[in-house]
Design a protein around this ligand. Sequence first.
Ligand code: UDP
Length: 238
Amino acid sequence: MIEYEGKAKQIIPTAEPDVAIQRFKDSATAFNGQKKAELEGKGEINAAMSAAAFLKLESAGISTHFMGLENARDMRIKRLKIVPLEVVVRNVVAGSLSKRLGLEEGVTLKFPIVETYFKRDDLGDPLVCDSHVFVLGICSEETLAELKTRALQVNSVLGPWFNEAGLTLVDFKLEFGFDESGELLLGDEVSPDTCRIWETESGRRLDKDVFRRDLGDPMVGYREVVDRLGITIGGEHA
Ligand code: UDP
């Protein structure tokens, strides 16, 4: 039984009420679902990369919903009540930051930026400032501060991991939620669907921008990312 069907993942219940299966699909969408494709192998790559990233983060003391891989595309996760915010961290100018502020893509920021977007497909996931978050009652001031702190911690773990593999973590999106005991955990996924990853030397795009912008076969870049990070498909190598 599929409990929830998202654009790139499914949530499947288990016999344990607090545990679910997060299944990574091959489907890719961009521009709020306007552009669609099936990318063979994407689900397995994203599952393997997310598993490796969650293990890396857990070993750095950052709590996540990750419980283990069931098989190459199914991840056991703790169920969370998701805070409806996309928390974006940026190290280098790209995407909407470049468009919104007129900054040149590829310029390294003086310091990492954290942004929050309200998860509302019908509104196109708008950028929200702190006051918007409170007016909308999305979460408390304390939770918002914690989300930003954790997002920067994630950046300081993933950034060097990528750098050592000759990759630049340009920006990425995170989602957080509360487990049944009220603990705030990192949820969702960490993959080339949700991170901008460039080959450091050449600036070659190895992430979903290849699909968004029709720059070639997106799976070539996705595979290069897992290969460079030493991640085995179907395994849990941190
Ligand atoms: N992102 C994501 N899901 C979204 C929007 C953004 O995973 O719904 C990721 C995106 O892959 C990038 C980062 O968040 O790594 C920043 O995206 P940006 O705001 O530049 O938006 P985009 O240009 O992707 O529309």
